[in-house]
Design a protein around this ligand. Structure first.
Ligand code: PNW
Length: 608
């Protein structure tokens, strides 16, 4: 327990239990570490928790296996054949907005590489491919006044090439590249966008819908609203009304989605027979200290303000009571006449509720939440009233926000099942990045896919979550938005400094192909299984070699971070020893010369 810590008194506590020294009864409270240590003793060590054990089993026969990209991130051809400008063209051409001033002018040059892209997809053996249509490539000024046929034909060629390879296209209508012409009249803040988006969707359904059976209206409304219009870290890069604008934008995104769903439902469904939904992204959130009610409450708020912001209106009708109550209360307390969260009329609630054929879900990571009081700051973060951190034991990725935490995937899938009445779910994104020097042996990615997809299997088999499909982000390294080409999510590497933009398989491509071919994780006890050990052309490094993550370069040698740490301490120790040596020699020299006064001076300097 915390006790009298010598020179530090009661300020420093080493205890597994906290002791309140201000209370004469000296009450003891177990800290998180006490519970942890208790478990270590009980388990007599560290057995693999049930959570982390691999479950053997298969997905349904018709399970969707897919991988994804987005137009601005891969296409390039930013001015080709009459394409209009998007907000991302403008954002990326503004100095200092994107890391290294990277942009999507050429990106992976997919606009000119349909064959190469489809060839990668065939090698992965995916059943579906998720890509997005660039609105300004098809409608340069955002409206149907002028249709850019050449731009549109890129997508029909791509769709044809996919179908020929027996791969089903899964099209996202909006993956963040709004026509700049529409931004110039207010973009997602201007309500007229609702019908402009519906008109654009109408064109795409009418031209491609006879061949395309899987649709997503909008990708990640959370990021569009909050990152693009609150933090300003994505296009259009607005950050000066962070307490208001994200909610207005979110409101219009929901309406645009709903109108487009109804359009498809009323006009196209019976003829074309496809399915359409929205893709919502969210982290899972756990309390930082599960024994603290405030942390448990903060974790709930993080989830309700993240997935719930958009899923609640679409699946349950209207915003959650939690969001409505908190934002209204904080707005009124700040002297505003009404809530910063716009209201849906009863009619609108009815129109939006149920506008889904499946739950399109993007997921990457988990956070630990704790309460934060921001005073009366009018901001989404302050409304949410929570801070988040990651557990230090979770493995890193190339993205600061993404830590490897597979258990959270199963938990949030269960949350979707419970909260939204077990809708069919298609996971439309999941994946991991790396940064730094290129290493095609991306062991960390295979590891991530194994652990995360196995959690999906557990949710499906053990928990009865209705999961219909899984999509890996991403087919290839591409422009990772504001972090440019520095963060790489691809199953295939693309060299962005080579004008030919060559694609090379990483080791994880073969691993993903194996999971797909096996349709899950076959039990070795019932083996051997032919589906295991798929190969992908050009995979140059065997998957059995050392994991490449967590390795650092130390004095020109590649070491694990642990080894490098030891090396660093050794170096420090040597430095200290050698400087002591220098001081000693100096003393000896001075002593022999009988410089006692100088010795005293040096000693007093050293003492001070
Ligand atoms: C998604 N976060 O974005 C997008 O749909 C993709 O275009 C993107 O490349 C991919 O995930 C990887 O980032 C996200 O900070 C960006 O939590 C950031 C976050 C989540 C999703």
């Amino acid at each position: 327990m915390d006790s009298f810590e010598w020179l530090h008194g009661f300020k420093v506590g080493f205890g597994l239990h906290h002791v309140n020294f201000e209370d004469s009864t000296r009450p003891r409270t177990p800290k998180y570490s006490a519970h942890f240590y208790h478990r270590v003793i009980k388990d007599n060590g560290f057995p693999t928790p049930e959570d982390e054990k691999i479950l053997y089993g298969n997905f349904a026969k018709d399970f969707i296996w897919s991988t994804a990209t987005a137009s601005y991130q891969i296409e390039g051809g930013w001015r080709a054949d009459g394409k209009g400008l998007s907000i991302w063209d403008k954002f990326a051409h503004t100095p200092l907005r994107v890391f290294n001033n990277d942009n999507g002018d050429v990106a992976c040059d997919s606009y000119n590489k349909i064959d190469e892209d489809v060839s990668m997809l065939r090698q992965l053996k995916v059943t579906h491919y998720r890509f997005s249509v660039s609105w300004p490539r098809v409608l340069p000024d955002g409206t149907t006044n002028f249709v850019n046929e050449v731009g549109l034909s890129y997508y029909s060629h791509l769709v044809d090439a996919l179908l020929k390879a027996n791969i089903q296209p899964h099209i996202t209508l909006y993956h963040w590249d709004l026509p700049q012409a529409l931004q110039d009249i207010g973009g997602w803040e201007n309500e007229t966008i609702v019908f402009k988006f519906r008109d654009y969707a109408n064109l795409i359904f009418s031209r491609l819908g006879h061949k395309v059976k899987f649709w997503i209206t909008i990708n990640e409304p959370y990021n569009i609203a909050n990152v693009g219009h609150g933090y300003g870290a994505a296009a259009p890069g607005i950050s000066f009304r962070p307490g208001t604008l994200p909610y207005i934008v979110g409101h219009n995104l929901l309406k645009a989605h709903a109108e487009t769903w109804h359009l498809y439902n009323d006009k196209y469904r019976s003829k074309q027979g496809g399915i359409i939904s929205i893709t919502i992204n969210s982290d899972w959130s756990e309390p930082r200290n599960p024994y603290k009610q405030e942390d448990v409450d903060a974790a709930r708020r993080v989830v309700q303000f993240y997935i719930g912001w958009f899923a609640h209106p679409v699946f349950n009708g209207d915003y959650s009571d939690m969001m409505k109550t908190i934002i209204q209360k904080r707005s009124l307390e700040a002297g505003l006449p009404k809530s910063r969260l716009p209201e849906f009329t009863a009619e609108e609630v009815k129109r939006i509720k149920g506008t889904y054929d499946y739950f399109g879900f993007n997921h990457y990571t988990t956070v630990l939440a704790f309460p934060v009081d921001y005073g009366n700051l009018q901001h989404y973060d302050a409304d949410r009233g929570a801070g988040t951190i990651a557990d230090r034991t979770w493995l890193d990725s190339g993205s600061s926000w993404l830590k490897v935490s597979p258990f959270g995937f199963r938990r949030i899938l269960n949350f979707i099942k419970e909260e939204y009445r077990n809708p069919p779910i298609i996971i439309t994104e999941n994946g991991i990045s790396e940064r730094g020097s290129v290493d095609l042996n991306d062991f960390h990615r295979s590891y991530y896919y194994e652990k995360y997809i196995n959690q999906v299997l557990k949710a499906y088999i053990l928990d009865g979550v209705d999961i219909r499909g899984y999509t890996a982000w991403s087919l290839m390294d591409n422009l990772e938005w504001a972090t440019g080409f520095s963060e790489r999510f691809g199953l295939f590497h693309v060299n962005h400094t080579d004008p030919k933009r060559p694609r090379v398989a990483k080791t994880s491509a073969a691993y993903y192909a194996t999971i797909i071919t096996c349709n899950g994780f076959p039990d070795p006890a019932t083996g051997p299984h032919d589906c295991l050990n798929q190969e992908v052309e050009g995979t140059s490094v065997p998957s059995t070699s050392l994991p490449s993550f967590n390795m650092v370069n130390f004095l020109g040698i590649t070491l694990s971070s642990g080894e490098a740490e030891k090396g660093l301490y050794t170096l420090f120790a040597l430095l200290i020893v050698s400087s002591l040596g220098v001081i000693c020699s100096l003393f000896c020299f001075l002593k022999t010369k009988k410089y006692s006064k100088e010795i005293a001076t040096i000693q007093s300097v050293l003492n001070s």
